[in-house]
Write a protein of this length. Sequence first.
Length: 231
Amino acid sequence: MTDTRQTALIVGASRTLGLGLAAEYLRRGWDVIGTVRGARRTGLHDLAEASDGRLTVESLEMTDPEQIAALRDRLKTRTLDLLFVNAAITRGDLPIGEVPTDMFTEVMVTNALAPMRVLEWLRPLVAPAGTIGVMSSDQGSITLNTDGGQDLYRASKSALNQLMRSYAARHAADTRTLLLMDPGWVRTELGGMEADLSVEESVPGVAETMERHRGKTGLHFVDHQGQVVPW
């Protein structure tokens, strides 16, 4: 009997939104590959032990090109129906003039450059009708930035959006769906404890939105409710 289960690779799945997405796709009957940084045990390992072999944990520091290449080699016999990069960092709410150069570089590399390397290098593993996505934010929207604040984080997500726009243009004939996902304002380390949504409230909407966009070619910037986010 042929195994028809779909496979998702979620990069940055050790906790909060990434871990929630891994659990959600398991609940939906998918096989899941989730990445964590280093060898430290995480909630993803606990989820894998309870998954009856349907969740595989891989180690990846996505800012290291050699590790991305090694992951690609380890997964070269797999076909992905979803490749989704969730990982991102923030380093506090400093006015841009007070941001040290090394902090600027760290956030930009982690939030913009590294996710795009992952997409570019792992793209051949994604099925022609599959989905490629990254976790963006409404804070990356220039249109919606009417209050300021979080200068560096906003800039990194805007950069990610722009790079995805270029990626989509470069692969205009590609049949895969491309998504920039805004999960809403979620209570995580990034979102803070005053945020509107819990992980459990955000994640099903993120997964459902990605499912509803399957087969829609081109690039879409949407939120967890399926609404278009302005650039």
